[in-house]
Design a protein around this ligand. Sequence first.
Ligand code: PLP
Length: 377
Amino acid sequence: MAINAYLDNAATTPIDKEVLDAMLPYMETHFGNPSSIHAFGWETRAAIERSRRSIAQYFNVSPGEIFFTSGGTEANNMALRCSVESLGIKTVISSRIEHHAVIHTLEMLENKGLVKVLWVRLNKKGVIDLQHLEQLLEKNKGSLVSLMHANNEIGNLLPIKKVGDLCAEYHAVFHSDTVQTMGHYVLDFQKVKALMASCSAHKFHGPKSTGFLYLSGNLRINPLIYGGPQERNMRGGTENVYGIVGMAKAFEIAYRNIKKDQAYIRDLKSYLIDLLNAAIPGIKYNGESAEKSLYTVLNISLPSVKNKEMLLFNLDIAGIAVSGGSACSSGVSQDSHVLSAIGCDMKKPSIRVSLSKLNTRTEIEYFVEQLKIFQLV
Ligand code: PLP
C-alpha cells in the first residue's frame, strides 16, 4: 500500500541511507566475532570501540561509560533493575507518564517487595510538580529517580538540568529515559547530572534493536544479562556490530545537522497547528504547549467523531501513518496510560502526530485534509 504521509516518527524512523551504507560492510565482509583473537575479530572490535568513542563525545562522557544494549527497553531495565539490586535502593520516585519499559519494570520490582515506588504529582498538562519532587526527595534521601526527558506520547519535556541538580542535592540516583531526545537535542552529562540515561537508535534514523545505557563511572552496578565478558563484563552476548556502527553514523548525521533539522521540524509543527486550528474548530492539544514541548510530537484530541474506532483505520487506508490514543499490544487495544494519567477525556479520539526531517508541508496538508473528512464520517 502506498504511504502518503508517514507521521509516526516517535514510534520509529526510517533508516538513513548513509547509515545503511555504513552498516552493510559489517554484514557482508567484516563479519568477525569481536571477541575472536584474529584479524576478523580485531576489525569488528575496532569498529565497536570507534563507535563507542564517537558516541561518547556527543554527550561529553568517557567511552567507558557507554554500554551497548538491544535498545531503550533493555537500557531502562538495566538501569532500574541493576541499580536497585546493586545499590540496595529501597525507594524509587517516578511518574505515571513514563514509558511502559520503566513503569512495568518498577511495578515488577514493587510486586517482588524490593522497592516502594512513589509517583510524583503531575498537573493537567502532565508537567512534573517540582515542589512535590523535592518533598519526596527530602523525605527519601538516597532514592532512585527515573523521569523521562521527553514523553513519547504528548512530547512534554522535563527540566532535566534542574531535576539532576535536585537529585544531586538529595543524594538520589537520577536515571532519565532519553530515548526521544538523544539525536534530537544536545545533552551534556557534565552539566546535566543524570547518572544513567537510555538511548534507542531507531528514533533518529538509526537501526532497530540497538541502543545503550550511559552509566556514570561513579556508579557500580551488576549486569542485567550474564553469559560473556562483552561490554567489560556488563552485558553478555555477541555484540550487534552493524547496529552499533549504524547508531554511531546516525548520531553523526543527527548532530551534524541538528540546528537545521530542529528549525525545519519546528516550522512543520507550527504549520500543522495552524492548519488544524483552521480546519477543525474545537480541536484540543494534549500536554505542554507546543512551543515548550518536544518539537517532533503533537498530540491532539478531536472534538467529536462519529466513529472513533474507524478513524485511524480510515487514515491508514488513505496512506497516513499516525498513532492513536490507545496502544495496541498483542492485538489488544488499550487506552493510553499517559492520556489517562493527565485526565484526558478518553471518549474523545486522540491522535499523536510525530514528525521527522523527511516530512514535507505537502504531507501535512494531506493529513489535515483527510482528518477533516474522516472526523465527520
Ligand atoms: N522509552 C521511550 C520514551 C520510547 O519512546 C521507547 C520506544 O517507543 C522506548 C523507551 C523503548 O525503546 P526500544 O524500542 O528501543 O526498546
